[in-house]
Structures are given as structure tokens and as C-alpha cells.
Design a protein around this ligand. Structure first.
Ligand code: ZN
Length: 227
């Protein structure tokens, strides 16, 4: 006997789509100053139905929205989005994409030490969920398909550059099996890391040291090419 789960699956998909759409609308409202109270209430009701009854959800459902001041409603909406772990993608938070593009311009300087020339471009991978970003090189090569940079990593320049550096070096290693960059003093592969709010290439040799800030690899004397 075969169970027909079609309607159940459809209902779940519909719920997910509606709720996701409401989260996006409320987030966009917050970005513009204050969300539409009807959407906040609708989102709270959807979440309550699915047992995500956090304090903020319960408060929105219990109160008359006409009596809630706009700033308070905005604060409640923000708490609800935090409670459900809402993470805006590159489409809703284009400044994250800009931060990533800036980081790639810095990183491109280091890629020349690998022998990669030209201007690489950020490529948003729309067919993934969550939609992350990879890199398309000037020669058409693509990096980051195995583990793209996620929008949540792109809120500040140092973290973004570090995440991008790690993604790129892992993609290159996967592709060519060559360690890069290499510390000329210790002969060790270095790793992208964040130190004192700066993205750096970190070498584990002699107790650990910064080989160079990310973007400054061309200033390191000695061979840095992969080996
Ligand atoms: Zn070293």
C-alpha cells in the first residue's frame, strides 16, 4: 500500500513559503524604519501555530497592534526575527554583497602571487539555500562551489576578508592539491585568520606569526608560489 503524502507535503511547503515571505517583508520593513504591524502580527501567528511561541511572539499575539507604539513594534519584530535565526541574504542586504566585493578586490592582489591575474568577480549562487557566494576568475574558473561565503559572514570587512581568503585557498587546494600561500621562512602553508580585527595570513611556525595582512602578500620577500 502506498501512502499519498502529497497534500501534507504541499501544506508544509506552503507554510514554509508564507512564513519565509513574512520574515522577508518584516525585515524589509525594519530596514525602512518600521515594519507593517499587520505583517508582524501575521508572522507571530504563523510562528505560534508552529509552536515557536517565544516571549516576543506571545506578546505580539496578545496585544492590540493599534495600541503598540511603532518603535516598540519594531523592537518586537527584531526580537522575533532574532528568535527564529532569520539571516538576510545578499538580495535583502545588498551592503553585505558590497562588503564582499570590496574584500575580493583586496584578495585579488594576493592571487597574483598564485599566478592568477585579472579581476575576479563575486558570483551569487542563487540555486543554493542559503544563497552563498562564490568567485568567478577572469579566465572563467570558479571558486567556492564546495563551500561558498555565506551572507552572515559579510557584516564587517575583516571577517568578510578572512572568510573569503579561507574559501579561496581551500578551493585552490582542492583544485590543484598545492598549498598556498607558503611562509618562505618556515616552509609551511599559512591560513587565513582574523587577528586583532584584521584579516591576515597566519603561519604556525615558531609559535605563530603573521606572514602578511591579506592583500599584502606581494610585499613578502621570497617565494610564495604554491609548492
Ligand atoms: Zn612562518
Amino acid at each position: 500500500m502506498r501512502w499519498d503524502t502529497g497534500p501534507v507535503n504541499n501544506a508544509m511547503t506552503e507554510y514554509a513559503a508564507d512564513t519565509e515571505q513574512l520574515k522577508r517583508s518584516v525585515y524589509l520593513g525594519l530596514r525602512e524604519g518600521s515594519p507593517d504591524p499587520r505583517q508582524v502580527v501575521a508572522l507571530a501567528c504563523e510562528l505560534l501555530d508552529r509552536f515557536h511561541g517565544t516571549d516576543a511572539v506571545l506578546e505580539v499575539v496578545a496585544r492590540d497592534p493599534a495600541e503598540v507604539p511603532r518603535t516598540e513594534m519594531a523592537a518586537l519584530a527584531r526580537r522575533i526575527l532574532d528568535d527564529v535565526g532569520f539571516e538576510p541574504g545578499f538580495d535583502l542586504a545588498p551592503e553585505r554583497l558590497e562588503t564582499l566585493r570590496d574584500a575580493l578586490r583586496v584578495m585579488a592582489r594576493d592571487l597574483t602571487t598564485y599566478g592568477i591575474e585579472g579581476e575576479p568577480e563575486v558570483e551569487v549562487l542563487e540555486d543554493r539555500f542559503p544563497a552563498g557566494a562564490g568567485v568567478r576568475l577572469a579566465d572563467g574558473g570558479r571558486l567556492g562551489w564546495g563551500g561558498p561565503v555565506l551572507p552572515g559572514m559579510c557584516d564587517n570587512p575583516a571577517t568578510t576578508l578572512t572568510g573569503l581568503a579561507v574559501m579561496i585557498q581551500e578551493s585552490l587546494l582542492e583544485r590543484t592539491r598545492q598549498v598556498w600561500p607558503v611562509c618562505p621562512r618556515h616552509g609551511l602553508g599559512v591560513h587565513g585568520a582574523e587577528r586583532e580585527r584584521e584579516a591576515v595570513w597566519w603561519c604556525a611556525g615558531d609559535g605563530g606569526h603573521v606572514l602578511a595582512p591579506v592583500g599584502e602578500l606581494t610585499h613578502v620577500p621570497g617565494p610564495r608560489r604554491p609548492h
